[in-house]
Design a binder for this molecule. Sequence first.
Ligand code: KIV
Length: 262
Amino acid sequence: MNVHDFAAAKRDGRKLTFTTCYDWWSARILNESSVDGILVGDSAAMVMHGHATTLPATPEMMSLHIAAVARGAPDKFLIGDMPFPWHRKGISAAMDVVDAFLTAGAHAVKLEGIEGHEEIVRHIAGSGVPVMGHVGLTPQSVNALGGYRVQGRSEDAAERLVEESRQLEQAGCFSLVVEGVASETAAAITRAVSIPTIGIGAGVEVDGQVLVFHDLAGLQREVRPKFVRTFSDGYGMLLKAVEDFDRAVKDGSFPAGDETYE
Ligand code: KIV
């Protein structure tokens, strides 16, 4: 898949799937799957490092994750998430992060929001680097939003989000994450732009969906937002494997004869 394929998918009404990924091991699984693209999200700060928000993510942290994922999923379109506040530090600082991400193996970058850094979005896209926009519940602004609250519920808020999405398309974005947005507003955004909208907690009337890998695989039990569907009990399965190992060691059944060198 590349940016032309994503545009064609929207034109043809084919849904797109993205998942996050942060490491080589899960990238191997995604590389074998039919997902259309991988996002190395700054949610890595929460999912992989145990922080309470995405804000502690740094370019160095993100570059290490991108490099590991690029080695594990060489066949997938890879998007690196610009951590806060690097797209607010001017074009030169933002381009250093873009440079590091491309060197690590990303094909595109994602930036949250637009107000105040439209020029930077335009500059990156104009440099020939695909940019994914991100509107709605933008987690880097969690403190200003007053928590993880659904966006675009009032008429005014919905109009603002549609307008921001149009601006992101005009600035050169090839697609748009629409996160934590009332479904009618997400549908209005999807109608208003010609680039694919990728929803997360934004209902079904978008051009595709993205979920955090650990959420969809049921690998974490701490947070269960309403919009997440867990497609397996990964956590339970792994816990059982470790408990079975522990029991087998303690009852003397592991290692068995055929697991032992003569
Ligand atoms: O950081 C992330 O994982 C994201 C997705 C949830 C869209 O931004």
